[in-house]
Design a protein around this ligand. Structure first.
Ligand code: ADP
Length: 301
């Protein structure tokens, strides 16, 4: 069976719809709390490549009325300085969400930084508590990219239940959380990684392929089962162009649906992060409200 060009799963329109809803939630939060929801992004060394991506997130926040800004530390900042900065943001009641720029400089331990983030403000789901909640099937904060990879399927009405899914990549922020989310959606999931012996063989059996390996051209049309759905999470710069991990031209001839790069998972990721932030803000406000209420007396006196 051949497919005359795959359906494109584009994140732009989905993101716009989400942003409209978030803007309404932000407006009502601001009206009731007397301040907008706040996001702070800790950046360590302004020249890191991810700064451009983070600037885009801040602009997206500003557009929906979120008070978002950078907290800039020097590239030579120590681990103690970074964790102290994160803790100060945890204690700041005008800050609802905290993101730390990744990857960290080699001198700073990831574990020390993720442990420092208040799980209630961890809107990109990197704290072990949120990772554990996902693993156990409870509602915590999801890593936004993994969330978007699965949400783009749901919003495109692609059936996940009972289907064979292959996730390529086992990182803590993308591959593994995407795999857990797919299991939660009742897919049968195989996680492939650098040591996988027969990547093509696994991919060929998959109805859904999620690729998050950071290798342009890793998956080609020749590897896919005809009619497979392909979610490309990769963002690579090749000859000045942004491309994913999937060889788009060959894959679109074989797949039934595929996310373009750019324009697929990326825009949805940024929009979902906004939903995580407003949720963090609303939850913390509700908790503050509850702690101000007089204690309810028990009936056993
Ligand atoms: P990301 O943040 O996008 O998940 P990482 O660099 O943290 O990226 O992780 C890359 C993941 O991709 C790793 O789990 C690695 O095992 C997997 N990977 C990299 N190259 C290959 C490959 N050639 N085949 C299969 N998996 C790969």
């Amino acid at each position: 069976m051949t497919f005359p060009g795959a359906r494109l799963l584009e994140g732009g329109a989905m993101a716009a719809e989400i942003r409209t809803a978030v803007a309404e939630d932000v407006a009502s939060f601001t009206a009731t709390q007397g301040r907008p929801p706040g996001l702070r992004v800790v950046i360590i060394g302004k020249d890191a490549p991810s700064t451009v991506y983070l600037e885009r997130i801040l602009r997206g926040c500003a557009k929906v009325g979120i008070d978002a800004g950078f907290v800039e530390l020097e590239g030579e900042a120590t681990e103690a300085k970074v964790t102290a900065t994160v803790r100060a943001l945890n204690d700041d009641p005008s800050v609802d969400g905290v993101i730390v720029q990744m990857p960290l400089p080699g001198t700073i331990r990831l574990r020390a930084v993720i442990d420092a983030i208040d799980p209630a403000k961890d809107i990109d789901g990197i704290h072990p508590l949120n990772a554990g909640l996902l693993r156990l099937g409870y509602d915590g904060f999801l890593p936004a990219t993994a969330h978007a990879a699965v949400e783009i399927l749901r919003r495109s009405a692609i059936e996940i239940e009972g289907r064979d899914a292959v996730v390529i990549g086992r990182s803590a922020v993308v591959g593994m959380p995407a795999a857990f989310l797919l299991v939660r959606e009742d897919a049968t999931v195989t996680v492939c990684h650098r040591r996988t012996r027969d990547l093509a063989g696994h991919v060929r059996r998959a109805d859904i392929v999620v690729v998050a390996a950071g290798h342009p051209g890793l998956v080609t049309g020749a590897m896919l089962k005809p009619g497979a759905v392909v979610v490309d999470v990769g963002i690579n710069v090749v000859d000045g162009r942004i491309v994913g991990d999937v060889d788009f031209e060959s894959a679109r001839e074989v797949a039934s649906a595929i996310t373009p790069v750019p324009g697929g998972v990326g825009p949805l990721t940024n929009a979902l992060l906004l939903t995580h932030l407003i949720r963090a803000a609303e939850r913390q406000a509700a908790e503050r409200q509850a702690s101000r209420q007089p204690a309810v007396t028990g009936g056993d006196r």
